[in-house]
Design a protein around this ligand. Structure first.
Ligand code: SF4
Ligand SMILES: [Zn+2]
Length: 324
């Protein structure tokens, strides 16, 4: 166990955690909503520091990040736990771990993660699969060492971290893919046990901090596939920047949403059309093998990045711009 960052001591041995927007007040002996951070005699501890349940070499495209170091590999790590309870979670076995019986995990030091990333020729470390905010202390330490070693850092996140957490990450974090799951607060509350506004705030704060941001929306039939909701999401993104890539992903039945239908292809096409109508320049259809994943220059219309699955097969980029 390691003492947590970002918390305050309160009266009667209670603590206030400021790491994420749940802003838990935790009594002595109890856990926060994430099930990972515990108040022990008036001090807050994290149970998952350096305890990794996944460590893989992934194409950065798999995060997905399509406009950040295309064609490179990200050393991808996760610890158990999450601050959301999404009924459609695709990594629920590790994200929804029992706090008193955390998933079998392997102990790592931040130095070991950096060494493995370098040995495997990764250009970045990705904090991913579960919610990286929930292993913040280990992610921050690893990110700091990664920067020193010339590696980049990537968060794949639900965007529920606090503004203070973003400020602490800012010197080290290079890119983030943030899930914008719904555009209705009631859906965030009912399905994920979260709220909408903190996620929107985080997207804005990450952009303002100079961190490269891409957005993912998993389109779930009957939950967030209305014209209003998809347009609302696209309008919000375009309002920040038309150059933010939007990944609209096809849902497949999982976890508590096992009775749902897979997202029809026409719904994904509708989302792409609505995104374009709102002015977004880069929209990618995820989990649909038949669809083009290529990037076209919005000025000259030529293909600048050709992708076969998660592999980049052609790259016409010069000085971070269309080479044509
Ligand atoms: S990280 Fe979030 S959910 Fe966990 S204890 Fe802190 S405020 Fe609560
Ligand atoms: Zn061009």
């Amino acid at each position: 166990m390691k003492e947590a960052l970002l918390y305050d001591h309160l009266e009667s041995l209670k603590v206030h955690c400021r790491l994420c927007s749940h802003s838990c007040v935790i009594q002595d002996g109890k856990f926060g909503f994430c099930g990972v951070r515990q108040n022990i005699k008036g001090a807050l501890y994290t149970h998952n520091y350096g305890k990794l349940v996944a460590a893989n070499i992934d194409p950065v495209e798999k995060k997905p990040l399509y406009h950040f170091l295309p064609g490179s590999f990200a050393f991808s790590i996760a610890s158990a736990g999450c601050n959301f309870r999404c009924g459609f979670c695709q990594n629920w076995q590790i994200s929804q771990a029992d706090p008193l019986n955390l998933q079998p995990a392997e102990d790592f030091t931040a130095e070991e993660v950096i060494k493995l990333a370098r040995e495997s020729n990764c250009a970045s470390i990705a904090y991913t699969y579960t919610e990286p905010t929930i292993f913040f202390e280990f992610a921050l330490e690893t990110a700091r060492l990664a920067k020193e070693a010339g590696l980049h850092n990537i968060f794949v996140s639900n965007g529920y971290m606090s503004g203070q957490a973003i400020q602490m990450l800012k010197p080290y974090l290079d890119a983030a893919n943030i899930d914008l799951k719904f555009f209705k607060d009631s859906s965030y509350q009912r399905i994920c046990s979260g709220r909408l506004q903190p996620v929107l705030d985080s997207i804005l704060r990450l952009k303002e901090a100079g961190i490269w941001v891409e957005i993912t929306t998993l389109v779930i039939p009957g939950e967030n596939d209305s014209v209003d909701e998809l347009s609302g999401i696209a309008r919000f993104i375009a309002g920040i920047s038309r150059d933010i890539p939007w990944h609209v992903s096809r849902f497949h039945a999982d976890y508590k949403f096992d009775a749902y239908q897979d997202t029809p292809e026409r719904t994904i096409k509708l989302a792409c059309d609505l995104g374009r109508a709102e002015g977004l320049r880069y929209i990618y259809a995820g989990n649909l093998d038949l669809w083009s994943q290529d990037t076209f220059c919005p000025s000259c219309k030529k293909m600048v990045i050709k992708r076969d699955g998660f592999r980049v097969s052609k790259l016409h980029i010069a000085k971070n711009k269309c080479a044509f």
